[in-house]
Write a protein that binds this ligand. Structure first.
Ligand code: C2E
Ligand code: MG
Ligand code: MG
Length: 639
């Protein structure tokens, strides 16, 4: 690269010198021609002056065809001799109008007729360079100027003859030469400067071009935001790794990143990506690869890892690294990642196939909230279904394929059902009844979740009057982070209440803890508006996220719903029981009512009662069921 650039530069230097030299030669020729012309003009003026002072005053104004009068000749001889003596003139002759010599300083009045003499007789001055003695065919004499000047009668404009003069040119020539030398020096310096400027410009331009070419090369291989290798570079490196021996190829996708972007803005989304990219590249070993494949997706190659457990452990460390909260505007922003991976060469050697498998495994991990997941043959079927479902969901909403199931919530101190939670299902014409985990995650990543949420809210509120005419039952509706991030979220909910003539007291808005974090400011605004109108707010899946307690205490919250994972495990793990008990205490201390969901056994129910939990929900008490089943159950209970 360097050597070829130098060669190119040398070629350019030589090539650019050529036009500069041609230009120089042209300018030299032009300048010297002009100086000579100037010198000649000067000599002509001098000749005219000499003719006027040396010859004209000695003439009496008569025609010269008969030669000079004696008086004229004597006077002329004297003044010419003195002019020659003082070196003003070298030779001088006077000719008549026919060109014949009538006076010569050397006394010879023979000699032929010159064309120049005839021109001068017609009134034109003629001056040219020649050598003294050229007329006598002596080519080597000193340079002189031969001039023919019309001789006019004194006081009249009439031409009476021609004065032929030979003037010394040496002095003028010397002056012209020295002027010319000066001009040449200026010209030479100017051209040199021009050439150097051209070279400088060329160097600068080529350097800029080289840098931009290098930049382009970098950009072609790297992601502009994070500076990590991009997808195409990742594929190249992954291919190399596959050839080199055992390795892990992993795909990592951030969970809910789109919500962060949509709710907190792209600037914060970008900051998050840059930060995570930094963490990942700092963490990896020499030879490992991390690349940004697009959006919120990263690719990893871990070399030398051949064992599944080892891979899971390494990737779990990567996940933990990503989960460390990033503080944005004083609020910790926690993001999680789903990771799918394949082992090379156990899962294959073709990079495109390996990438697809890792992708499928990654979606399986995302769907199941699983730790880093290795690809398994069963994953594909599931994944194809998931993608097809998203495509069909829009029609499903329009064609009333969605149904609501309701799960009762029991107040432990009253000993009766005070609310039902509306849970959406999809009665799919081919696949049968689908549960939220089959389609909701995908819907939440698209706009589709909006019409879905509106449908659920409207139908749950309408069902409420059919389920209970006494007006005591409430309905809980789940909202996703995307809904919560809308500016008109509160308005839409309040409008639905008006449309269905439902008292705001009978609606419980369930928001997951993680949805709150996505846009805390806007969430607080919307929830406060709803609470003012009388709607109750419930924090769903509490304990699974990382909400700051200070933030939570400032929200108009009515209820905490303990994540069912803790509740279900109370039996088997005393630590979970302890967590549940402390959440109940915490909720009470903050003035919230506490609900435990996922109550599957009598012993868990007893423990919750002992811990003074306010409400419970779970398979042990009632499974979610369709509207009719729930209505009959509620009627029976009332009787
Ligand atoms: P969630 O709001 O925490 O709902 C409770 C989930 O726990 C329901 O699952 C319910 O069937 C299940 N569950 C209840 N009792 C037990 C139990 O004793 N043991 C076990 N293992 N599970 C129990 P489902 O219906 O599959 O819903 C899953 C999640 O989908 C819900 O979690 C909720 O976050 C979301 N979801 C459901 N319907 C909607 C909806 O209309 N809109 C939105 N945005 N999300 C919804
Ligand atoms: Mg819920
Ligand atoms: Mg829940």
């Amino acid at each position: 690269m360097k050597g070829s650039a130098r060669r190119l530069f040398a070629t350019y230097a030589v090539v650019s010198l050529l036009p500069v030299l041609v230009l120089g030669a042209l300018l030299v020729a032009l300048t010297s021609r002009q100086s000579h012309a100037r010198a000649l003009a000067q000599v002509r003026a001098e000749a005219q002056l000499l003719a006027g002072t040396v010859v004209t005053p000695r003439m009496q104004g008569t025609s010269l065809s008969n030669g000079l009068t004696a008086t004229e000749e004597a006077a002329l001889k004297q003044s010419v001799t003195s002019a020659i003596t003082s070196h003003e003139v070298l030779r001088l002759r006077v000719r008549d109008l026919t060109g014949h010599v009538v006076f010569s300083d050397d006394g010879k009045i023979d000699g032929g007729v010159d064309d120049e003499a005839l021109e001068a007789a017609r009134g034109e001055i003629h001056a040219a360079l020649t050598t003294l003695g050229a007329d006598d065919n002596q080519r080597t004499g000193p340079q002189v100027v031969e001039a023919y000047v019309p001789l006019r009668a004194l006081g009249a404009d009439r031409v009476i003859g021609v004065v032929e003069l030979y003037l010394p040119y040496g002095e003028i020539a010397a002056q012209v030469q020295s002027e010319l030398r000066e001009q040449m020096v200026v010209l030479g310096v100017g051209l040199l400067v021009l050439w150097l400027a051209l070279l400088g410009l060329a160097t600068r331009t080529s350097r800029a071009l080289r840098t931009s070419a290098e930049d382009n090369l970098f950009l072609a291989r790297h992601d502009a935001l994070t500076g990590l290798p991009n997808r195409s570079d990742f594929l190249t490196r992954a291919t190399r790794a596959v050839d080199d021996g055992p390795a892990v190829i992993a795909l990592l996708d951030l969970d809910r990143f789109k919500q962060v972007n949509d709710t907190l803005g792209h600037a914060i989304g970008d900051r998050l990506l840059v930060e995570l990219a930094g963490r990942l590249s700092d963490h990896l070993r020499e030879g490992d690869v991390v690349a940004r494949l697009g959006g919120d997706e990263f690719g990893l190659v871990l070399r030398g890892v051949s064992d599944e457990d080892e891979a899971v452990a390494a990737l779990a460390r990567v996940r933990a690294l990503i989960a460390e909260p990033l503080v944005v505007d004083d609020l910790p922003l926690a993001i999680e990642a789903s990771v799918g991976f394949v082992l090379v060469p156990a899962d294959g050697r073709a990079v495109d196939v390996l990438m697809t498998k890792a992708d499928v495994a990654m979606y399986a991990a995302k769907r199941g909230h699983l730790p880093p997941t290795r690809h398994q043959p069963g994953h594909e079927q599931y994944d194809a279904t998931r993608l097809r479902l998203v495509g069909e969901l829009a029609d499903a909403i329009e064609n009333d394929q969605l149904v609501l199931h309701y799960q009762p919530k029991t107040d432990l101190s009253l000993g009766r059902v005070t609310a039902v939670e509306a849970l959406v299902r999809w009665q799919h014409p081919v696949l049968g009844l689908l549960y939220p985990d089959a389609f909701l995650l995908a819907a939440e990543q698209t706009e589709l979740v909006e019409p879905l949420t509106r449908w659920v809210l409207d139908n749950a509120l309408r069902a409420l009057s059919r389920l209970d005419s006494t007006g005591e039952l409430s309905v809980a509706v789940n909202f996703s982070a995307r809904s919560l991030s809308r500016a008109d979220f509160a308005d839409e909910v309040l409008e639905a209440l008006i449309r269905t003539r439902t008292s705001p007291r009978r609606l419980l808005v369930e928001i997951t803890e993680t949805a709150l974090v996505a846009d805390p400011t806007r969430a607080a605004e919307s929830l406060t508006r709803l609470a003012h109108a009388g709607v109750r707010i419930s924090i769903d899946d509490f304990g699974a996220g990382q909400t700051s307690l200070g933030y939570l205490a400032a929200l108009p919250v009515h209820e905490l719903k303990i994540d069912r994972a803790f509740v279900m495990a109370m039996d088997s793990d005393p630590r979970n029981a302890a967590i549940v008990r402390s959440v109940i205490d915490l909720g009470h201390n903050l003035g919230f009512s506490v609900t435990a969901e996922g109550v599957e056994t009598a012993s868990v129910l007893a423990d919750l009662q002992a811990a003074e939990c306010d409400s419970v929900q779970g398979y042990y008490l009632a499974r979610p069921a369709d509207e009719n089943t729930i209505r009959l159950r509620l009627e029976n209970a009332r009787r």
